[in-house]
Each structure stands twice: as C-alpha cells, then as structure tokens.
Ligand binder design. Sequence first.
Ligand code: COA
Length: 233
Amino acid sequence: MPMDHIEVIYFHKDQISCDVDAMVHTLTPQEFERHERLAFPHLKRDWILSRGGLRILLGNILAQDPASLHFEKNRYSKPRLKGSELQFNVSHSGDYIVYAFTQHRELGIDIEKTTPNFASHRLATRYFSEAECQSLNNLTEKEFSRAFYAIWSRKEAYIKAIGMGLSADLKAFSVDHQSSRQSFESPTLCMEALHLAEGYASAICYHGETQLPITIRKLTSLAAPMLRTASLT
Ligand SMILES: CC(C)(COP(=O)(O)OP(=O)(O)OC[C@H]1O[C@@H](n2cnc3c(N)ncnc32)[C@H](O)[C@@H]1OP(=O)(O)O)[C@@H](O)C(=O)NCCC(=O)NCCS
C-alpha cells in the first residue's frame, strides 16, 4: 500500500532516553569500524545515536530487526535501503538529529544550527545563485541571518533530495527564503520549510508534483522495538 505522507522524526541528543550500548549491537562491522575511527567520545556517541537511531526507526517501520537492515549508497554517497521502496534521509546539526521517511519518493532533509556571525555576503556569493544573493539585499542584520540560513537549509535539502550532495551545481537553482513552500520543475520537486527548534533552520525536499502531508514527531525515547509506525507501510 503506498504511503501518502512524510514522517519527520527528530530528537535532541542530550534529551533522548536510550541504551547506547544496546544500539552499538545494531551496527554492522563497517559501521562499528567508522565509530572506532572517531577521535572523541562525544563524536562516537553521536554516530551511534544517528546510525543506531536510524536502524531502530527503520526496523520499527518495517517490522524488522534493526541489525538486519542493509544499506547501499548511490555514487554520491547517499544511503538508501537495499531492496526496499522506503525512502529516508538524515541530517544532524548542533544538538539535533532529524530523519525523514516516506515511500517511493526520494527525499532530502536538512537541519542547520544558526551560528552567530557565520552568515555573510561572502559565503552567499560563493554558494548561492544570483537570485538568492539579490534576495538577501537590503535586509537588517537579523533578517539577513534568518534568510541566509533559510536559503542554506533549503539548498541542502534540495541537493540531498536529488542525491547529489555537493556534486550538484548550487548556483543552477534558486530557493525562495520568503516562501515556506516551493515547487521545482526538472527535476520535479516539492520543498517545505520545517520549524523544529529555536535557533535552527530546517527544510525538506522530495520528488513529485504534489505536496505530501508531513507529520513531525519529537522523540524523547529511543528503543527497539518502540514506535508503532505501521501507518508508514
Ligand atoms: C554531505 C552532504 C550531503 C550533507 O552534509 P551536511 O549538511 O554537512 O550534513 P547532514 O547532517 O545534513 O547530512 C549528512 C547525512 O546525509 C546523508 N548523505 C550523504 N551523502 C548524501 C547525498 N549525496 N545525498 C543525500 N544525502 C546524503 C547521509 O545519511 C549523512 O549522514 P551519515 O553520514 O550519518 O549517514 C553535503 O551536502 C555537504 O557536504 N554539505 C556541506 C555544506 C555546504 O557546504 N553547503 C553549501 C551551501 S548550501
């Protein structure tokens, strides 16, 4: 049965109740190796939360053992589930990890912590299209920072939806920081701004002409098995 909505699930890394040791056991040897290569304990924990969390959520959606799920990557390193129509994408920034799930429609999600003094016209000129740069003119400092991060997160969601990451030409398309919804032709995409947490910009972008309803859930607990997400399949 086709899934007719997008599920966005996110959590604050320090406010999530979970068994990190048990989550390690959901990782493959390669994922565990990646964890071992990380230099600092907080980075190791972040990786377990992010990948282990993804495995637990996918396991619940698909009613499968989280450790049994196989991922593959496209040529630009976008992970996807082997042999499944379930689409997902992950983003992490600052204190948050966010996931998006849907069926059939490939998607990209992004969250960005709005760091003070990072937004600049120099960075905008480097990464944004001419139209996007123009839309940043004549704004107050506060408006500029907000608009900059809105553009940044929407562009990231776009390049993650098309699966190309930074191999995409960032200046070849323009997002509108003033509209919370936008659609694109060629490729046919829908974009929506998300409001997940104070001090963060976020957006989701997905393939198709028609907008899908989006359900947003903030988790406080992560365990396997946990959510009854049968509505997703
Ligand atoms: C890698 C990239 C896809 C996202 O990077 P990011 O914003 O730093 O990181 P996020 O946390 O949002 O996303 C990382 C996740 O995206 C997924 N991902 C990796 N490559 C991807 C791709 N080609 N397409 C979609 N998703 C991808 C992975 O799941 C990854 O998480 P994991 O390594 O834990 O599995 C890429 O766009 C990038 O490096 N961006 C850097 C930021 C930048 O310079 N932006 C320019 C201004 S718009």
